[in-house]
Design a protein around this ligand. Structure first.
Ligand SMILES: [Zn+2]
Ligand SMILES: [Zn+2]
Length: 350
């Protein structure tokens, strides 16, 4: 939980050691586990009882019960707005065991109570000693708790080596490129093999804002054109459609929800330094948000508005260049325009 404080500097979140006596007027729920210190009135905007979290970007505060409802309703709205789910869908949840994917699993399970769909989880074990085994344990426990079948696939069994041993040979400088490309590749292949209609990815709106800004700064409009709340299958039927139910949900609120719901998340950082560039962009955006609340969500909304325009461009691109090719080496679809897919290209490099 230590990183929790570090990550959300805009508003201090502190865990009260004693149970709070305050009760929400609407639901009479008490026993607040988490309290977010804020500059506001300290009252829930809905029921006027003591608030546990303030959303500065919206100028509202919530007690635990109203925050939970607000949080869940927003995810439902996101799912509807982008038509993420269809009846009888088989959904493969990409479950890392971190807070985002675990909270997403809980919410999809909840949606599944009143919507006919099938849920199963896939966890990728990259083979990172001292790191993956902990989140793997969370993944196993949460799936057991929710009654969701879990498949664990490892780099070792699929690629013949762990990420650790691969990086020992190739150096750690591009650890995240290797890991990201290999994970995405494997997830798609395994989900397809298991008959998934869609893969649910736990990207939150902070991740989205970072990705959008990174793509601008790197001048990668084609990547941005492929990116979105729903992506994948339009390019090639071998790509399983990827849906992101947390697309409009801020990271800080995912963490708060996890804490309130008693979802145990161990915050152990990956030993391979996360992409330095992403960390830089993340820092800039968090600083901006602190001074100008709502900036991050506005980036996401602006991106979505532009996306509509960009989609027309993508259609033209397919008309002009045809659909993306299958990789000459492994037969998987390739979203770049090369003969070989990103993974085979990466692995063939010296
Ligand atoms: Zn309330
Ligand atoms: Zn390939």
């Amino acid at each position: 939980m230590k990183n929790f404080h570090k990550n959300f500097s805009a508003v201090e979140i502190r865990r009260s050691s004693t149970t709070m006596k305050n009760k929400c007027g609407k639901c009479k729920e008490g026993k607040t586990k988490a309290r977010v210190q804020t500059m506001g009135s300290g009252k829930c905007s809905k029921c006027n009882k003591a608030s546990v979290i303030a959303l500065r970007y919206a100028g509202i505060e919530f007690c635990q019960s109203h925050f939970t409802r607000f949080f869940e309703a927003r995810v439902m709205r996101t799912v509807r707005e982008f038509s993420m789910l269809a009846r009888k869908d088989r959904i493969a949840v990409a479950l890392s065991g971190g807070k985002d994917s675990t909270v997403m699993l809980h919410l999809l399970k909840k949606i599944g109570e009143s919507f006919p769909m099938e849920l199963f989880a896939i966890t990728i074990d990259e083979g990172i000693a001292g790191y993956r085994e902990f989140s793997l344990k969370t993944a196993v426990e949460e799936c057991k708790k929710l009654g969701v079948p879990l498949t664990v696939v490892s780099f070792r069994s699929e690629f013949g080596q762990t990420l650790d041993s691969l990086l020992k040979k190739r150096g750690e400088a591009r650890a995240c490129s290797y890991c990201g490309v290999m994970r995405r590749y494997l997830l798609n292949k395994v989900a397809r093999r298991m008959g998934a209609d869609k893969i649910a990815i736990g990207h939150n709106s902070d991740d989205v804002a970072q990705t959008v800004m990174m793509n601008y700064m790197r001048n990668e409009p084609e990547r941005l054109a492929r990116f979105g709340p729903v992506a994948g299958a339009a390019e090639d039927e071998l790509f399983v459609t990827r849906i992101k139910p947390l697309f409009l949900t801020p990271e800080r609120e995912v963490a708060a929800y996890a804490m309130m719901k008693g979802i145990e998340i161990k915050n152990i950082g990956c030993p391979y330094a996360k992409s330095a560039f992403r960390q830089h962009v993340r820092k800039i955006l968090n600083e901006t948000e602190e001074k100008y609340p709502a900036s991050k969500l506005r980036i996401v909304r602006a991106f979505l508005a532009q996306k509509k325009l960009m989609q027309e461009g993508a259609k033209k691109r397919i008309e002009k260049h045809g659909k993306p090719a299958r990789c000459k080496e492994c037969g998987e679809p390739s979203s770049n325009r090369e003969e070989r897919c990103a993974l085979c290209l990466l692995l063939s490099e010296k």
